[in-house]
Design a protein around this ligand. Structure first.
Ligand code: HEC
Ligand code: HEC
Length: 261
């Protein structure tokens, strides 16, 4: 104990303590951090499909029909694939509620495991796009520069050049993409929800989809130029120059005039 007490006086003690604390936090985080949900491809076995069917009958069949073949209130889901279910339920769009110009995102109502079961059930009804693997959507493996040019050609007219979102006709809108998970971005391209077109693998290859994800991943953070001024481009910057810049010039002119007279 004496040795320990002596060491406590050492000037290096705080540094050692700090390092130990950092190590502990890092270690705990690595153990406790949630693994990215839904990134794994669904390995469907018979019990998943059976559970998924039960969930489907209870939550989805009123609109999509007891055999998912569709009703007046919802389209057929045969052949839409696991990816469409993971996207629609995982972003809180499904189960849909009120009718409006566009089905809205709501708080997600199911655990990822239940979503996987629902997806397994729908996928068992007919061949369709599967949920992408973690590697297919990993932004660090994509080429953001190439992703930018693909995004500007295919997505920017609706979602804005940096993915900030924008209004469409008839009360519809293309959402902001900065908070969407990589898996959901991939699935949106693959399945084309509501007024968004489908970008199949012939159109934008899986590697290019990952490049697009890498590009979106780099947007929406801190603005390198300081204040974003709403990221509206020359409009807000021009307004700032006119109101503040010209105001200052006029103020200076008046002040000089008042001094000389
Ligand atoms: C209130 C009615 C309603 C309920 C309940 C509902 N849906 Fe839907 N669903 C719709 C409608 C309407 C659409 C079509 C949206 C569009 O594309 O315009 C749709 C679309 C979908 C799609 C997209 C299909 C495609 O072509 O990509 C999936 C997948 C889906 N629903 C799954 C589900 C699941 C799973 C549930 C249950 C958890 C569910 N839905 C509950 C009405 C409903
Ligand atoms: C014609 C306009 C249009 C184009 C082009 C378009 N989108 Fe969309 N996108 C939409 C609309 C509308 C929605 C909302 C659909 C819904 O709510 O079901 C959407 C939804 C999304 C979502 C879901 C966002 C979320 O948070 O839930 C993602 C991700 C997305 N788009 C990515 C893309 C990418 C990437 C491209 C280009 C490869 C693209 N979109 C091209 C109109 C478009």
């Amino acid at each position: 104990m004496k040795a320990l007490a002596a060491r406590r006086q050492d000037r290096r003690a705080p540094i050692v303590l700090l390092l130990l604390a950092l190590l502990l936090t890092g270690g705990l985080y690595a153990v406790l951090a949630p693994t990215s949900a839904g990134a794994a491809t669904v390995k469907a076995d018979a019990s998943d499909i059976a559970n998924g069917e039960k969930l489907f009958q209870a939550n989805c069949a009123t609109c999509h029909g007891p055999s998912a073949a569709g009703t007046e209130s919802g389209p057929s889901l045969i052949g839409v694939g696991a990816a469409a279910v993971d996207f629609q339920v995982g972003t809180g769009r499904m189960p849909a509620q009120m009718n409006g110009p566009q089905i809205q995102e709501k708080p997600v109502q199911f655990e990822q495991e239940q979503i996987n079961e629902l997806a397994a059930y729908v996928a068992s009804l007919g061949e369709g796009p599967a949920i992408p693997t973690a590697e297919m959507v990993d932004p660090t493996l994509g080429d953001a520069a190439n992703g930018m040019s693909i995004f500007r050609t295919n997505c920017a007219m609706c979602h804005n050049a940096v993915g900030a979102g924008g209004a469409l006709s008839q009360g519809k809108f293309a959402p902001k993409l900065w908070d969407t998970t990589p898996t959901h971005i991939y699935e949106a391209m693959l399945t084309g929800p509501q007024s968004m077109p489908v970008f199949n693998d012939a159109n934008i290859t899986p590697e290019e989809k990952r490049d697009v994800i890498a590009f979106i991943d780099q947007q929406g953070g801190a603005s390198p130029g300081g204040l974003t001024l709403g990221a509206l481009g020359p409009v807000s910057e021009g307004l700032w120059a006119w109101v503040v810049g010209l105001g200052l010039l006029i103020g200076a002119a008046v002040w000089i005039g008042a001094k000389s007279s």
